[in-house]
Design a protein around this ligand. Structure first.
Ligand SMILES: Cc1cc2nc3c(=O)[nH]c(=O)nc-3n(C[C@H](O)[C@H](O)[C@H](O)COP(=O)(O)O)c2cc1C
Length: 344
């Protein structure tokens, strides 16, 4: 039985489809023991009618991990949430922010912002069957519904149903005319709306998301909100997470170097390969590890040329490290030993 520390959402890595799978999370966990990690969105259909172990299985070393669900049917969400709890997730999060066509055709994701009563029903149904927190990730608004009053009405209805934690992507969702990718850049972010929501509802835990690129920016937002969720920047430049335990959580743990992290990950990867997981499913998450460092290009090119081969093994990561080792051997502020070893 794994012991799970009390959840802190001061910093989290956002749910990202095709990115934040279990291998990505194992890697991110080597960088930060405190940051809360989210799964990709998993639909209730995939959980209830698909291969549950494939969709939900994860290593206890990734904890704490929140499971993000996609769906709009309270019964299916409750069954899926219960399943998530039984797999050991530390939180269940409902996606009320994704604007993709596929999600819209199922009438979930951001489309749910137009139906706060239904979101409340979904939250209540999940809370009835799990003991872990049930949270909502939403936008500041959708389409023409984008005022403070409308956001507050959404949050009031859903919190009346029992939700105490809202992760708010500070950019409104546009359901027609923009791709999800475009809708991550347009329209502009409105952090003030999230700050005002926290002022108006101090009893709720409000987490800000959208466009945060550094821990320094995250710290500034933390003057106004309870937590910050980072998506793309954490994926593209994962080493930013290495300072999170000390800078955001006030922990005294030393910061491991990029090379130490990579070497530790290579050992984990070797075990996974022995279990039949191809290197390419794991190596893609470490491509950005040396971003901005001398040697980063050589490292990326080596991975691109070698990690995607069918018979590639963990030595590909070790050789990539050897290529840049002399350049970055002392790249961390305090390089003290290896990152914490996973427990499973
Ligand atoms: C590739 C990709 C996949 C995403 N998948 C999800 C998802 O499954 N669920 C979700 O709620 N948001 C998803 N998002 C949105 C992010 O969670 C986040 O809200 C958004 O990227 C804004 O944060 P950022 O500016 O820090 O990246 C995704 C974003 C990206 C870039």
């Amino acid at each position: 039985m794994t012991t799970i520390k009390p959840l802190s959402r001061r910093l989290s890595v956002a749910p990202m489809m095709e990115r934040t799978n279990r291998y990505c999370r194992l890697f991110h966990r080597l960088l930060s023991t405190e940051t809360l990690l989210y799964s990709e969105m998993i639909t209730t259909g995939a959980i209830l009618f698909g291969d549950q172990e494939r969709h939900l299985g994860f290593d206890s070393a990734e904890q704490p991990v929140a499971l993000q669900l996609g769906g709009a049917d309270p019964v299916a969400l409750a069954e899926s949430a219960a399943m998530g709890q039984s797999f050991g997730y530390a939180e269940i999060n409902l996606n009320v922010g994704c604007p993709s066509d596929r999600v819209q055709s199922g009438r979930f994701g951001a489309a749910l912002m137009a139906d706060p009563a239904l979101v409340g029903e979904c939250v209540a149904a999940m809370q009835n069957v799990v003991q872990i927190p049930v949270t909502v990730k939403c936008r500041i608004g959708i389409d023409g519904q984008d005022s403070d009053e409308e956001l507050d009405r959404f949050v009031a209805t859903v919190s009346d149903a029992g939700c105490e934690v809202f992760i708010v992507h500070a950019r409104k969702a546009i359901l027609a005319g923009l791709s999800p990718k475009e809708n991550r850049e347009i329209p502009p972010l409105k952090y003030d709306m999230v700050y005002r929501l926290k002022e108006k509802r101090p009893g709720l835990e409000i987490i800000l998301n959208g466009g945060v690129q550094t821990l320094e920016q995250a710290s500034q937002h933390l003057d106004h909100v309870d937590g910050v969720m980072i998506g793309r920047s954490a994926y593209q430049n994962p080493y930013m997470l290495a300072s999170a335990d000390s800078e955001i959580f006030g922990a005294k743990t030393p910061v491991s170097s990029r090379l130490d992290i990579l070497e530790t990950f290579a050992d984990i990867v070797a075990d996974k390969i022995a279990d039949g997981v191809p290197l390419k499913r794991m190596a893609r998450h470490v491509v950005g590890l040396f971003q901005g460092e001398p040697g980063a290009r050589v490292y990326r090119r080596y991975l691109a040329e070698n990690a995607w081969k069918n018979d590639a093994d963990a030595d590909v990561l070790r050789r990539a490290a050897d290529l840049i080792g002399p350049v970055t051997r002392n790249d961390a502020n305090e390089t003290v030993g290896a990152a914490p070893a996973p427990t499973a």
